[in-house]
Ligand binder design. Structure first.
Ligand code: GLU
Length: 473
């Protein structure tokens, strides 16, 4: 049987890391077996669902690269179908009309609580029976599923193992409200059935819904899928992950300079392990992921580890991949890379040192934009009158260099050192500050190579003017 999984978010907010991890696990289950992955938007809660949230979820999924084979389906477009199945269940007496008004049910609930019994809907309660008998054709009603009274529901959760709930614990669920709208637990089952879902991976907050849903599957004669309920994600302080812990929206991670691959690698490990391996390419994740190795316990978010992974992927990914995601940050900083060296060459040179794409974009700036001021501390230390001679000699050599490449620039610096009998630092550092405006950069010959001759020449002149002004003071 082909595996078919789904991610079924309710569009009441952005795609948060917990949802993204569920989506990833579900997506990996499909990819692992060559199966299919469905995206379904569960928008039946009309008051809380927004188009903005739908867009944010889709944007988050796309940014992460969690592509879907089918969908997005929208539950609000499937009401006719849900009603069709409700009618069928009514005709088969597997569901029934319930006329007991809410106020009456509240009253019964209070009585049950006062008597120390678990509050639940009881179809046989004399007051409920009386309300149903008194109803006329015009009385408002909802439709309830006739839950089995005997026996129990047993399922083998792929993460949590065997779960058994007695049917006596489950009451007759409303499947269509008085206003005619179908309810969540019912829509999910009909959708998963119609869409041929074989594995449901979702958050542990749904674990109590599962036995109720299984009874509906059985009543409609559908095959029950496998279930896997993922544990919660906690902040590094052990509390449930929330905005207070910083970024919780997937797109905030984009804004904060993370690569999707780093976040995916981080999320896959947040609750799943394969020996002590930490780094997983997408192909490895697809090949190795299995629900059986997902932990039952809650996982704590650790931003330092995510940063470490981000640095790893900035350093080791194909520069084209990094460039694709860096562009957003370059645009945000108004750095126009058409005006200088190939961005992939700059990434290869400066990527190593950066933990985020924000830092990387900032380190790209001097390759494309001239600057009016030098970093104060670096200039104070290295653009001093003693550096003038070295810079002047470097300038004249740079102006007359024939082939502008790293090797020749390396030689240029070595020649200045030997002709002026200066150590490497006395030449390299002033040159670095002159051409980059700052005290730290990768190897200065390689940097000068990429910055290009015209800019290097004019920036050394700018540094010499700075020194001259300093002398004049
Ligand atoms: N729509 C539900 C949620 O966002 C998920 C339902 C499911 O996966 O079955 O929590």
């Amino acid at each position: 049987m082909t595996v078919k999984t789904r991610f079924a978010p309710s569009p009441t907010g952005f795609l948060h890391v917990g949802g993204a991890r569920t989506a990833l696990y579900s997506w990996l289950c499909a990819k692992h077996t060559g199966g299919e992955f469905v995206l379904r938007i569960e928008d039946t809660d009309l008051e809380r669902s927004t188009q903005e949230a739908i867009d944010a979820i889709i944007e988050g999924m796309e940014w992460l690269g969690l592509d879907w084979d089918e969908g997005p389906y929208y539950q609000t477009k499937r009401f006719d179908r849900y009603n069709e199945v409700v009618d069928q269940l009514l005709a088969e007496d597997k569901a029934y009309k319930c006329y007991a008004p809410k106020e009456l049910l509240d009253e019964i609930r209070e009585e049950q609580m006062a008597a120390g019994v678990k509050p639940r809907y009881d179809a046989d309660h004399p007051k409920v029976v009386a309300a149903n008998e008194a109803a006329t054709e015009d009385s408002p009603f909802c439709i309830r599923f006739r839950n089995p009274k005997e026996g129990s529901v047993v399922f083998e959760d792929k993460i949590r193992g065997r779960i058994e709930i007695a049917n006596s614990e489950l009451d007759d669920l409303i499947i269509r409200r008085t206003d005619g709208s179908p309810t969540y637990n019912f829509c999910v089952v009909i959708d998963d059935w119609d869409m041929g879902i074989t594995q449901v991976v979702r958050g542990e907050d749904h674990i109590n819904n599962t036995p109720r849903q299984i009874n509906i599957y059985k009543a409609i004669g559908a095959a029950v899928p496998e279930f896997a309920h993922c544990s919660m994600i906690l902040g590094d302080d052990g509390a449930k992950l929330s905005k207070r812990h910083g970024a919780v929206s997937v797109m905030q991670y984009r804004d904060d300079g993370y690569l999707p691959q780093a976040l995916l690698n981080y999320l896959v490990r947040l609750g799943w392990s394969h020996g002590d391996q930490e780094i997983f390419s997408l192909d490895e994740m697809i090949q190795l992921f299995n629900l059986e190795s997902v932990s039952k316990s809650a996982s704590a978010f650790n931003t330092d580890k995510l940063l470490w992974l981000n640095n790893h992927y900035i350093k080791t990914s194909e520069p084209d991949y990094v460039a694709k995601y860096l562009q957003w940050h370059l645009d945000a900083k108004e750095i126009d890379v058409s005006n200088g060296p190939a961005i992939t060459d700059v990434i290869k040179l400066v990527g190593e040192r950066c933990n985020t794409l924000i830092e990387l974009a900032e380190q790209c700036r001097y390759f494309y934009q001239d600057f009016e001021e030098f970093e104060a501390g670096a200039a104070k230390k290295h653009l001093r009158p003693v550096a003038k001679e070295a810079l002047e000699l470097a300038l004249s050599k740079a102006e007359s260099i024939e082939e502008w490449n790293t090797e020749n620039l390396h030689q240029l610096i070595a020649d200045v050192c030997s002709e002026l009998e200066l150590g490497m630092g006395k030449v390299g550092m002033p040159l670095r500050v002159a051409v980059t405006g700052q005290g730290q950069s990768p190897s200065v010959d390689a940097v000068m190579d990429l910055i290009g001759k015209a800019r290097v020449v004019s920036r050394i002149k700018q540094a010499l003017e700075f020194i001259a002004q300093r002398e004049a003071q």
